[in-house]
Every structure is written in structure tokens, then in C-alpha cells.
Design a protein around this ligand. Structure first.
Ligand SMILES: [Zn+2]
Length: 514
């Protein structure tokens, strides 16, 4: 049985209709041409002139983390701490015996301390994680459960015991103490995350999940693999594999995994390294102190030797490395490792995730080394309001999205659950570079055009993920597409984020319909 999609406009095509058979687009053409091919029993879908794009690809996120976030207490819309505490108190009533109270998503300017959370409960462990995921506020019960005392010290992490603020590597102590979700729970998270993606027109993601919980990488990996085997994935995943240390990565390679293992529903992608923290939490590693905190330069997660060990191991197995670097000191570290160890021209597609605070010499080096860049234009919404305070004049070469886009392979994403995935909002922010929430702008000479921004979620994104059979509405391609209420290229820029996703089809299956 085939399905004919009729009377639409198609990105990068003059055709107005196309035919989908099984999971492939088998023919594109005029309405007349496609109608002729329809046989009895075939389905027709009338699209009333709406705009069809290849399904968006979000090239860096945490799908499991997104699903967990959607299942937990979401605090992303909170504007003051009173609201957060109120919601936390209400959530307490809904918990089952033995469950921790987990919340996430409030921004860094809101301070929650241990005393406030103890007032809600001293019996149930409470962990509220900030939007960036690098800092959490906890109550006394959570500290006790994690075995954290006034004396606890942790490398590349920080614990403010009195106020109950836990940062970076210290968060692992909390994760260790929590009950591990089993495979069926993980699959529930994957389904939830995928469902959210489908509603935003996303059909493929680069996703970083292997250290989402304290378990070995095998547990989340199996959850994905089993769903892919049974054809249950509603979003394609290229896994950005993160590990706690090089030894764990080495075991993964010994198990026979490397980039390209898997199928089009779930495939092993690059090795992912997290080198520093976040700008909001002032844990991004800077070469000079923060402008609004002269005592802090942020946190580098690994020493140089460990980063190099990871890199050389990956390269030996032809696995690209992509590195989370937000501050310029993290960038210095990884650029040094890339420069000294990488093949000329970067044939393996090693890259950088975030590309935020940098100096001119670093930007030049990124272009010279031809690094692949994974940007998040959605971050502008929040960061435009804090970047000047945090780094002052260092903003000049920061978030240089246009320069990157025009010179090296650059694709977009959300880093969900840091920001909720939303390609249309991401496209608008890439162009306006102006926060929708506070109206502040970031150096406008680095704005993308609408065309570039749209491609950063489609053509460039598929190239980045290496999904060669996706990303076009053309014969022989996978039937992965989204139907939009309007064409972003013809919409007033401030209205782009209001365009609606009307339908999403992945692998020939309708996974979302309004
Ligand atoms: Zn991330």
C-alpha cells in the first residue's frame, strides 16, 4: 500500500506531491503525475498548500535525559524561587514510597538552598537540577543518602554543604545513591522524548545518553538496541557516546562497538567528551576569571593526559570525537589535543559541541583545523541576558555562528533537556540573535540568514549525523518529513517560532498529527 501526499509545497523542489511506499519516498512530481500512480487501497493525504520539509534533525541532545525530564517536575517556566518551592511541595504529594523528588529546569539566577528544601521535607531526598544540568540544589536527606558530609571533597566538582549546592562531578554521588531505572523505564523515557521530538517535527537526533544514569553504558545502550531491533524507534538516533573514563571507553571498543555500528534507527556515532561546565553556573572553564566573579575560572573536567588518551583511543578505531567546550580554557585544551593528534584536514570529522566563549585566535584555529561544529542557537534566548555580565569584552568572538556556518560543517540542536527541542524557535533565534524572553541581543554580525538556519536543522544536520538516506524529499530517500503550517523562508522573522508543525512522518509512519 502506498500513500500519496498531494497539494503541498516542498523545500528545495518545484514538485507539489510525492508518493511514499513502505518507508521510502518512491516518486515526486506534480499532483497530476502522482495521482496517476494511485491504485485502489492506496491512501491520499491532501496537504492544502502546506510546506513540507525533511524531518528536522537536532544534532546534539540527550534523549533519555529529555524523557526523564518530561517525566519529572519541570521547572523551566519558573520565574521566581517561591514558585519553584510551591511546585516542589505539590510534587511531594504525588510520590510513591521510596521515590526521590527530582526536578529540573530553572535558571541559574534563581537560588534555592538546603534550608528551603528541608522546610518541604526532611524524609524524602529532594534534588532540583538547574537547566544547564551542571548544578543541583538538594535537601539534607539527599546529602545524607549520597553520603555527603561537611568533609566530602571531590575532584573537578564542588559541594557547598551548608547551602546544599552540588556541582559537576559531585553530582555523581547523588546519581549513585538513586535507584537505577531498569530497561523498561529507560524505554519509557526514550518514547517520551521521541514523542516530544515528533511534535516539533524532529525525526533524527544526535543523542548523548550513555552516562545519563550511574549504570554501565550497556544498560542504556541495550534499551536503544532492543527498540531498534523491534522497529519501535520513532526518532532516529545517532548515539554520541560518553564515558566516565578511558577504561570504560576501552571496554566498549572491546565489545565490538565503534562509529557506524547499528542501523538507521539507532547507530553508534562519535565519542563525546565533556570538558567543562556551563556559563550559567560559572563552571565553564575560562582562561581569565569571570567578569562577575573574579575568584572563579570555572572547572576543567579532565587533565590533558586523559583527554589525549580518549582521543587517541577513538582515533585508532576510526571513531570521531566531539567535545563539549563552552569556555575558552576548555577550547584551548581540546584544540591542543586535536592539533597534535588529528589527521590533516580532519577526515574523521572530529568536532566541537556548543562553541560559545572563544577568542579570535581560537576561532581561526577551528576553521584551520576544519572542525565540525554543533551549535545551539536556542541558547541565545537565555544567554543573551547573562553573557555580558559573565565575560564582558570576551563576547566579541563568542557564539560566532555565522563565521562557523560559512566555513566549517555546522549544524544546530537543543542540548535538550537544557533547552526543550524546538527547531522553529531555534531558526528564529539564529536570525534575530535576540532573546524572546528579555529582548537582549548578541553581536548581530554573527546572525544566520533564515535559509542558513533552516539548513542548519536539515541538510547540514543530516550531513553531520552521517544519515545519508535522510534529509531530502526526493526519490529513494527515507520517508522522514514534517508538514509545516507556513514556509519559514516566506514568514515574517518574528513569527517563525509561531509556525505550527501539522504532521510528522518518520520511516513512512505518521508519528505526529495535529
Ligand atoms: Zn549536551
Amino acid at each position: 500500500m502506498a500513500t500519496a501526499y498531494l497539494n503541498c509545497r516542498i523545500k528545495d523542489s518545484d514538485d507539489t506531491a510525492f508518493l511514499v511506499e513502505d518507508h521510502l519516498i518512491t516518486k515526486t512530481g506534480s499532483d497530476e503525475e502522482i495521482r496517476k500512480l494511485i491504485a485502489g487501497g492506496d491512501e491520499t493525504v491532501e496537504l492544502n498548500g502546506m510546506y513540507v520539509v525533511p524531518g528536522f534533525a537536532d544534532t546534539h541532545m540527550h534523549l533519555l535525559g529529555l524523557g526523564e525530564y518530561l517525566s519529572s517536575l519541570m521547572l523551566n517556566h519558573c520565574t521566581d524561587s517561591r514558585q519553584i518551592l510551591e511546585l516542589t511541595k505539590n510534587r511531594l504529594q504525588t510520590l510513591k514510597e521510596g521515590e526521590w523528588l527530582l526536578g529540573r529546569g530553572y535558571h541559574d539566577d534563581l537560588e534555592i538552598d538546603r534550608q528551603a528544601l528541608d522546610a518541604i521535607s526532611t524524609e524524602v531526598p529532594i534534588v532540583l537540577t538547574r537547566a544547564c544540568g551542571h548544578v543541583a540544589s538538594v535537601n539534607s536527606k539527599a546529602l545524607e543518602a549520597a553520603g555527603i558530609s561537611e568533609e566530602t571533597e571531590i575532584e573537578e566538582g564542588d559541594i557547598d554543604f551548608k547551602r546544599g549546592i552540588v556541582k559537576e562531578n559531585a553530582l555523581r554521588l547523588l546519581k549513585k545513591a538513586m535507584k537505577e531505572p531498569d530497561e523498561s523505564r529507560l524505554q519509557e523515557y526514550i518514547r517520551k522524548g521521541a514523542e516530544y521530538c515528533s511534535a516539533r517535527g524532529i525525526t533524527a537526533v544526535g543523542s548523548d545518553d550513555l552516562v545519563s544514569f550511574n549504570s554501565s553504558y550497556q544498560v542504556p545502550l541495550k534499551a536503544f538496541e532492543h527498540m531498534a531491533l523491534k522497529n519501535e524507534m520513532n526518532v532516529r538516533v545517532s548515539e554520541q557516546c560518553e564515558f566516565h573514563d578511558p577504561e570504560e571507553f576501552s571496554r566498549f571498543l572491546d565489545d565490538g562497538y565503534t562509529a557506524g555500528v547499528g542501523n538507521e534507527a539507532f547507530v553508534i556515532g562519535p565519542l563525546k567528551l565533556i570538558l567543562d561546565g556551563s556559563l550559567g553556573a560559572r563552571t565553564a572553564a575560562m582562561s581569565e576569571p569571570y567578569s562577575d566573579d573574579p575568584d572563579t575560572c570555572g572547572i576543567l573536567i579532565y587533565d590533558d593526559t586523559t583527554v589525549e588518551t580518549f582521543f587517541r583511543l577513538a582515533q585508532r578505531y576510526n571513531m570521531p570525537v566531539i567535545s563539549h567546550a563552552i569556555g575558552d580554557a576548555a577550547l584551548d585544551q581540546i584544540l591542543r589535543v586535536y592539533e597534535e593528534n588529528m589527521y590533516e584536514g580532519n577526515p574523521l570529522h572530529n568536532g566541537l559541541v556548543h562553541c560559545q566563549i572563544m577568542r579570535r585566535d581560537q576561532l581561526e584555529k577551528i576553521l584551520k583545523l576544519n572542525l565540525n561544529c554543533y551549535i545551539q542557537t536556542l541558547f541565545i534566548d537565555y544567554d543573551a541576558g547573562i553573557v555580558n555580565e559573565r565575560v564582558g569584552e570576551r563576547t566579541e568572538y563568542s557564539y560566532p555562528f555565522r563565521t562557523l556556518y560559512e566555513n566549517v560543517l555546522t549544524s544546530n540542536g537543543s542540548d535538550a533537556p537544557v533547552e526543550l527541542p524546538d527547531p522553529l524557535k531555534g531558526i528564529e533565534l539564529a536570525v534575530t540573535r535576540t532573546s524572546l524572553s528579555n529582548g537582549k541581543a548578541m553581536n548581530m554580525n554573527e546572525a544566520l540568514t533564515v535559509r542558513q538556519a533552516l539548513d542548519s536543522y536539515t541538510d547540514k544536520a543530516y550531513e553531520q549525523l552521517g544519515l545519508e538516506n535522510c534529509g531530502r524529499i526526493a526519490e529513494g530517500y527515507n520517508a522522514d518529513f514534517a508538514v509545516l503550517s507556513e514556509n519559514p523562508l516566506e514568514t515574517d522573522i518574528p513569527d517563525i517560532h509561531k509556525i505550527q508543525v501539522m504532521m510528522t512522518v518518520m520511516d513512512g509512519r505518521t508519528v505526529f498529527e495535529k
